[in-house]
Design a protein around this ligand. Sequence first.
Ligand code: G
Ligand code: G
Ligand code: MN
Ligand code: NA
Length: 250
Amino acid sequence: RQLAVDLRGAVERGEMRLLFQPQHSLKSGALIGYEALARWHHPVRGVVSPDIFIPIAEETGEIFAIGEWVLSEAARVAIHWPSHLKVAVNLSPVQFQQGDLLQRLIAVVLDAGVSTRQIEFEITESAIIADRTKALYILRRIKALGISIAIDDFGTGHSSLDTLHAFPFDKIKIDRFFLRQAATSSQAVAIVRAVLALGKSLDIPVLAEGIETEEQIAFLVAEGCEQGQGYYYGRPQNAPSREDLGRAFP
Ligand code: G
Ligand code: G
Ligand code: MN
Ligand code: NA
């Protein structure tokens, strides 16, 4: 539990960094945005993965400070990008328990001066489970501001069709587990197809995570998947500047 102690105040000490992983249109290959992914630079242990420190932060409450820092840093970076490029920010289910979450999110975005149209929040269904009515209220308010909302890790955990229908999602992210299994498992292929059919019938674009090969892109395009993210397009990387973006996509 030493990590929990060390994590306290990590934001204030400047130990957090943000990496950005590109998201692309599968058909045209065009860049559409980046997902912001946090890293903790521990003074002794070096880089700590979010798989390790986010669960600790959720237990200790440090997630509130980290979540706010991630959003403000993501907004600070995205304001320099062409306006059609979005930045996707993960929201922890625990952040939904924060009474003034909405006011805080709004304050951070307004303070950064970035257009709300450039911000997307990624939430998992566990954010919704504790209090559906409250979660629906928060998500509607967020959407009314012009921020879009993606449901993350879809297909794992508690994803239900009912939620997909009742909540105002702008994007479905299929967990990378299914794409990895699709090469060898007809069951995984069937699940990918089912999620794509669901997206189509609800008119919500689907993004496939964990794309590593051209074969996977061909498969996804044939199945009607619109967007993708994964090592094939790029690993999580330092914040791209407007100059980087201009060079890659003149
Ligand atoms: O970057 P990486 O693939 O190691 O991220 C691992 C997990 O940590 C992902 O599921 C991602 O959603 C989560 N994660 C990364 N950054 C953040 C963050 O800023 N906030 C929250 N809540 N989760 C994050
Ligand atoms: O929010 P989420 O948990 O989905 O975060 C994405 C995580 O998936 C990040 O930790 C990122 O490093 C990881 N990731 C992204 N693309 C790939 C990929 O193509 N292959 C694998 N194995 N992991 C990936
Ligand atoms: Mn995510
Ligand atoms: Na995910």
